[in-house]
Ligand binder design. Structure first.
Ligand code: BGC
Length: 514
């Protein structure tokens, strides 16, 4: 953490840091790590629905899909093979994040970002030039490794670099880049789908090299965070970096706090064994539950299947693609709302408001589909009805985009003490990827069985997660990252897991102003 509010022994003092141009630029460059994840989230659905792609790589899927004449809109042709291909990336990212956590701790955050960019670039090249399924899958795995590295290192980097007062805002630039990546991918697919020669999919896949190049080149110029520099024994470099970040030489106080945190961190040889200790039960629970809940909002059902969903409610192929683009735009714009408000309203307010908004929208969508499609899944619905549905889905997407989307990455990256921060983030990435994979894999089968009830299913989860946030997540806005332990210690439920001498890296407890 660099600069911002600091609280010690009950007296409030401020680290002298402010939001310098240097920090802003550094964070924007680092956040581009989100582009590669976003581009991939957005590109695969479109590519796997392009007929020339299916004919070339998955001819049996193509034959079965074109022979499917069922009019039941709930039970569409479902190819596990095709979805497994798409989701192989998420499994690769899951495994890679554990390797990344080791490198991020030992070699610095910047190193993992650079590695992520280069590996992703190689994956894009393999995919763009793919001649057979083998090349395609090898490319997907490399892309997944790149995403695993980036998602493990970027959120931690941003949270450490940012002054406490602006941490929410700066960290959320990662999610902003994810949403921009998704939108660009949607637009690219829209264009390449029209390429007459049937090689549009190649362009879509190869263009992933552009975000990869941005991340790779960008990370070459990034400095490492003061926290990581001290932790790796580069004390002078850390002090200079802190001065540069804060735009002042008056950084003694903060520097000392970072050294205390680092001394604690150095005592820990095995972060994985440590993270299981009782005193970290709160952080571990949150690092697992937040990404799990983020996926159980059902957002990726909309991200992956929006065009299919819109075709189902009666739009033509083009109108469906347009609607998907509209959703992409709403996703980007609504992310700015959270960027502008997260450090003022706090994480909890956004979580609870966004959750309530999503809950209501899901109930309405489920009911509207139930009214028209019933349980048979057959319907002919009027245009106004379909447009209303798209509008409500937009309100749902906006709710996600200013709550669970960005907060799903921010909160886990800011709650751990230095010694287990890297390991904690790896857990968050892997849980996120596992459930992204699971939802992508299970969605069509679930729709066929649960029908309109699928929307109620996600609504119930959103209700549960609102309860989790309300009772179990303390507010972390404006709290310096190396002082976070006090927030858990003071929490009515989690406090009992932490002994008195274990809070705040051995420093006396002090009261955060939130
Ligand atoms: C989630 C993704 C999701 C995206 C949508 C991210 O925070 O991790 O699963 O597709 O937001 O914008």
């Amino acid at each position: 953490m660099a600069g911002g509010a600091h609280f010690d022994g009950g007296t409030t003092k401020d680290y002298p840091g402010k939001l310098t141009g240097f920090v802003l630029l550094t964070c924007i460059v680092a956040a581009t790590g989100g582009l590669i994840f976003g581009y991939d989230l957005g590109i695969s659905g479109g590519v796997t629905s392009m007929n020339p792609f299916l004919k070339k790589f998955f001819p049996s899927v193509y034959r079965k899909e074109t022979a499917d004449t069922s009019t039941n809109q709930y039970c569409k042709f479902d190819s596990q093979l095709l979805t497994a291909f798409t989701s192989s990336l998420y499994l690769a990212a899951l495994v890679a994040s554990f390797f990344a956590s080791y490198l991020t701790r030992k070699m610095g955050r910047k190193f993992s970002m650079l590695a992520g960019g280069i590996i992703f670039f190689a994956g894009a090249a393999l995919n763009g030039g793919a001649k057979d399924v083998g090349m395609l899958i090898a490319g997907r795995i490399l892309l997944g490794i790149g995403v695993g590295f980036a998602n493990q290192s970027v959120p931690v980097y941003l949270s450490e670099m940012a002054p406490a007062r602006y941490r929410g805002m700066l960290n959320m630039s990662f999610q902003l880049m994810i949403t921009i990546g998704i939108l660009i991918a949607n637009l690219v697919n829209f264009g390449t789908n029209k390429i007459a020669g049937g090689w549009g999919w190649r362009v879509s896949l190869a263009l992933a090299a552009i975000p990869a190049a941005i991340v790779t080149v960008g990370s070459l110029f990034l400095p490492d965070t003061p926290n990581s520099l001290i932790d790796r024994g580069h004390d002078d470099a850390a002090l200079n970096m802190l001065r540069r970040i804060c735009g002042t030489n008056d950084v003694e106080e903060e520097y000392k706090d970072l050294v205390v945190a680092s001394n604690e961190s150095k005592k820990i040889k095995h972060p994985w064994a440590n993270i299981l200790k009782r005193k970290y039960r709160a952080q571990l629970t949150v690092a697992i539950m937040i990404p799990f809940f983020q996926q159980l909002t059902g957002m990726n059902v909309i991200m992956f299947y929006a065009p299919v969903l819109f075709k189902t409610v009666g739009f033509g192929a083009n109108a469906s693609l347009y609607s998907a683009v509209i959703i992409g735009v709403v996703n980007v714009i609504a992310t700015f709302v959270s960027i502008a408000t997260v450090d003022r309203f706090g994480r909890r307010t956004l979580f609870l408001e966004g959750g309530t908004q999503m809950f209501i929208c899901q109930l309405i969508v489920g009911t509207m589909i139930a009214i028209k499609f019933g349980t048979t899944g057959e319907a002919d619905i009027p245009k106004w009805y379909a447009i209303l549905l798209v509008l409500i889905i937009c309100v749902y997407v906006a709710g996600f985009a200013w709550s669970w989307g960005p907060l799903g990455w921010l909160v886990p990256s800011e709650i751990f003490p230095l010694e287990i921060r890297s390991a904690g983030q790896a857990i968050t990435v892997s849980v996120n990827m596992f459930f992204t994979f699971g939802i992508a894999q299970a969605f069509l089968a679930m729709l066929c069985h649960l029908k309109f009830g699928l929307f109620y299913f996600f609504a119930v989860w959103v209700f549960i997660m609102n309860g989790f946030i309300y009772y179990l997540l303390p507010e972390t806005k404006n709290v310096p990252i190396e002082d976070m332990a006090i927030v858990w210690k003071k929490h009515s439920f989690w406090g009992r897991f932490i002994d008195d001498d274990q809070d705040n890296n051995g420093k006396p407890p002090h009261t955060p102003e939130v």
